[in-house]
Design a protein around this ligand. Structure first.
Ligand SMILES: [Zn+2]
Length: 259
C-alpha cells in the first residue's frame, strides 16, 4: 500500500494542519468526530480508501472513522497520538480541540497509558490549565454563593428592622389614638362634628361608635342651626353617604339627621 502523498514527507503533521486556529474554536462532540473523519480521509491514500470501501461493501463516498476495522482504527489512533505529541505552542492549534481529541482518545485507551504518552507535551500543559480553570471556576461559584448567603442574611436583618418599626408605629398610633379620643370625648356633639368637618388627625373609623354624637331630633335641630347645607353635605360624605357598602348603622343614622 502506498502512503498518501501528504506522508511523503515524514514530518507532515495532519493533526496540526486540521487543528489550525483559523478552523474555528468549537470542540463539541460533533466537531471532534468530524475531526476524526477528516483525519481518516487525509490519512489513507485514495487507493487505500477505495480498497477499504470495497472490503466493507460501502456505498457512500466518504470513509468515516467509524467505518474502519480495528486494525486500521489502531493505525490511525497510533499516528494521532504520535502527532499530538509533536505539537507545541508555536503550532497555534486550537487548544480546546486538542483537549477534545485527548478526551476522545480515552474511549480507546487506558487513561494511565495516555498520561504516560502525553507526559511533558504541550497537550499535557493544556489539560493542566483546563483543570486549573475548572477549579478556579468552581471556587468562584463557591465564593459567589457565600456572598449570596451574606446578602440574604442582611436582607433578613433588614426585614426584622422593618417589622420592629411597624410594631413601633402601631404603638405610636395607639398612643395618638388614645390622646385624640381623650380630647374628643371632652367635646359636646356639635364640637365633635366640627372636628370631623375640619378633618380629624385620625380616620373616623378609629373613633368607637359609642364616642360619636347620638342621633336625635335635638341634634338635628342643632346641626341645622350650626352648619350650612354645604357643610352638612361634607359631613354626610365623611360618614360615608357615598360609600357603596356603608355597613355602620350609627353612621347611617347620623347621615339621616344631617339631611
Ligand atoms: Zn462543534
Amino acid at each position: 500500500m502506498d502512503r498518501n502523498l501528504n506522508y511523503f514527507y515524514d514530518e507532515f503533521n495532519l493533526v496540526n494542519s486540521l487543528l489550525k486556529k483559523k478552523n474555528g474554536n468549537c470542540y463539541c462532540g460533533l466537531c471532534v468526530s468530524v475531526f476524526f473523519d477528516r483525519y481518516v480521509q487525509g490519512f489513507f491514500s485514495e487507493n487505500e480508501i477505495n480498497e477499504l470501501r470495497k472490503q466493507n461493501n460501502m456505498r457512500k463516498k466518504q470513509l468515516s472513522f467509524r467505518d474502519l476495522d480495528l486494525i486500521n482504527k489502531g493505525k490511525v489512533l497510533e499516528r494521532i497520538i504520535n502527532e499530538v505529541k509533536q505539537i507545541d505552542p508555536f503550532d497555534e492549534v486550537n487548544p480546546w480541540m486538542l483537549s477534545g481529541i485527548a478526551k476522545y482518545l480515552e474511549t480507546f485507551f487506558n487513561k494511565r497509558y495516555l498520561e504516560k504518552e502525553f507526559k511533558d507535551t504541550y497537550l499535557n500543559s493544556i489539560l493542566l490549565s483546563i483543570k486549573k480553570k475548572k477549579l478556579r471556576r468552581k471556587q468562584e461559584i463557591r465564593q459567589k454563593e457565600a456572598r449570596q448567603r451574606e446578602v440574604h442574611k442582611l436582607q433578613k436583618v433588614e426585614r426584622e428592622i422593618q417589622k420592629n418599626l411597624k410594631k413601633q408605629n402601631k404603638i405610636d398610633n395607639d398612643i395618638k389614638r388614645t390622646k385624640f379620643l381623650f380630647m374628643f370625648n371632652k367635646l359636646n356633639s356639635i364640637e365633635k362634628l366640627k372636628v370631623v368637618l375640619n378633618g380629624a388627625d385620625l380616620p373616623l373609623q378609629a373613633v368607637p361608635e359609642i364616642d360619636l354624637p347620638k342621633p336625635s331630633l335635638l341634634l338635628r335641630y342643632l346641626l341645622k342651626k350650626e352648619f350650612n347645607p354645604t357643610q352638612l353635605a361634607i359631613l354626610r360624605d365623611r360618614f360615608g353617604e357615598n360609600f357603596k357598602n356603608n355597613k355602620i348603622n350609627s353612621w347611617k343614622r347620623l347621615i339621616k339627621v344631617m339631611k
